[in-house]
Design a protein around this ligand. Structure first.
Ligand code: AMP
Length: 109
């Protein structure tokens, strides 16, 4: 899938658009969803130009593996959700993906 560098998460990553950041490192940015569906609703976004989960999964295994370790780090160490959270990935327009920069939703009540 083509990656549009003007998508909203690319603009958040570049600092052109603000966000409510909860954690950042060299590989990911985590920030609060602007329309939360639960008490905790955080998006974790890799700093790679991947439009979808399928595109992201084609990257090298270390990048892909690190990303999911960071998702767990944000859920457990930053948000203190213990083992009480849901992860959601929408892949493709028909599945509800609205922003075409791969991201994982961390959702918890
Ligand atoms: P998805 O449907 O998986 O692509 O999810 C996109 C999510 O991004 C939705 O839950 C939106 O509420 C959220 N979103 C869109 N724009 C922003 C923004 N500027 N800051 C934070 N979250 C956003």
């Amino acid at each position: 899938m083509n990656y549009d560098p003007e998508n909203i998460f690319a603009k958040i990553l570049s600092g052109a658009v603000p966000c409510e950041k909860v954690y950042e490192n060299d590989e990911i940015l985590a920030f609060k969803d602007i329309h939360p569906k639960a008490k905790v609703h955080v998006l974790v976004v890799p700093k790679t130009s991947s439009a979808s989960f399928q595109d992201f999964s084609k990257l090298d295994p270390i990048t892909v593996g690190n990303f999911f370790k960071f998702v767990n780090f944000v859920a457990t160490e930053v948000l203190n959700l213990n083992d009480n959270f849901r992860l959601v990935v929408n892949n493709g327009k028909k599945s509800g993906q609205e922003v075409f920069h791969f991201h994982v939703h961390i959702i918890s009540n």
